[in-house]
Design a protein around this ligand. Structure first.
Ligand code: MRU
Length: 321
């Protein structure tokens, strides 16, 4: 197996700063970004220096611990961090988990627990991978997105170690190329065979019989299983359904939002249109919602869930809080 991306390399708390591996600069440069205040952490989250649902929760938890150590006003720090991005519920979940104990130790425990959840999901997801699977994934749901190991990419990695993976198709993921820059980089480090494709190529590869299943992460999952993830996931789900292929979501219980009964209640981040094109008018929704009936299975650290999700997911979320 190739290089392991250590959790502390991705995000950590030092004496005077939260330090993140700057994901905007990958894969060409591996440089740290030092965030010396809660608002600097919020800025790092907003600008995607640190990104991915569990990772932004972990970074925010470290940001709140830093604020407590620096004697910052904690309510202001909490609100600034919570407002940095709207869709991934992990952000508020982690801040809420810090409320009674905004300490360094608590933040480190949240980080370690999220990585442990990823490993557990990898083990549960194994049964969903056929022998010799050709998997398609979207965006980046690897160690970079989760503070270590990965959700969807963690499951792919576990399946590869169990000799179930033949090949991984990596959607490039317009407009910010999390697939082409980050997922491909992680797969290369892990020595897993892969190829980057433009997002528009996915359906035609399915039609040619070159895809066996689609596996992605999530940013927020409603009580009925409707799943928000990176823009383009819904289109993949529709294509997969048309070709009779399963779409599997791998996400920890920190991504479940039992207060949203359906995906219609999930806030969708609209980012700067200039990320799409600086020359013309543009629209830049960063996420979409895949309806639960297009999701073949949702894997959490507690097991594999299937339709009807409303019967098991809310109980799962409550047990994990
Ligand atoms: O805008 P991003 O890069 O933060 O979006 C991330 C995703 O959509 C991931 O698929 C999701 O957070 C799951 S990461 C384990």
């Amino acid at each position: 197996m190739g290089g392991e991306l250590e959790p502390q390399r991705i995000v950590r708390l030092e004496d005077d700063a939260v330090v993140v591996l700057d994901q905007r600069r990958l894969p060409s440069e591996e440089v740290d970004l030092r965030c010396a205040s809660a608002s600097a952490v919020a800025e790092a989250i907003r600008t995607l220096a640190v990104r991915g649902a569990p990772a932004i929760g972990i970074a925010a938890a470290y940001g709140l611990a830093l604020a407590a150590e620096r004697g910052e006003d904690l309510e202001t720090a909490y609100e600034t961090l919570a407002a940095s991005r709207p869709t991934a519920v992990n952000l508020r979940w982690a801040l809420e988990a810090m409320r009674d104990d905004p300490s360094r130790e608590r933040a480190e425990r949240i980080h370690a627990d999220e990585v442990a959840r990823c490993r557990a999901m990898g083990a549960h997801a194994l049964e969903l991978f056929p022998e010799g699977a050709r998997v398609l994934t979207h965006c980046n749901a690897g160690g970079l997105a989760t503070g270590g190991y990965g959700t969807a990419l963690g499951a792919i990695r576990a399946a590869y170690e169990a000799a179930r993976i033949e090949h991984v198709w990596v959607d490039e993921t317009r407009p910010l190329l999390q697939g082409a820059r980050l997922t491909a980089w992680e797969l290369e480090q892990l020595g897993i065979p892969h190829a980057v494709i433009v997002d528009g190529a996915a359906a035609s590869l399915m039609a040619r019989g070159e895809v066996d299943l689609v596996v992605t992460g999530a940013d927020r999952i409603a009580a009925n299983g409707d799943t928000a993830n990176k823009i383009g996931t819904y289109a993949l789900a529709v294509s997969a359904a048309h070709h009779g292929l399963p779409l599997v979501i791998v996400a920890p219980t920190s991504t479940l939002d039992p207060t949203a009964s359906t995906g219609a209640e999930i806030p969708i981040e609209e980012r700067d249109p200039a990320e799409v094109t600086a020359r013309f008018a543009a629209r830049n929704p960063a996420f979409d919602v895949t309806p639960a009936d297009l999701v073949a299975a949702i894997v959490t650290e507690r097991g594999v869930h299937r339709v009807p999700y409303a019967e098991t997911l809310p109980r799962e979320a409550a047990a994990a809080r």
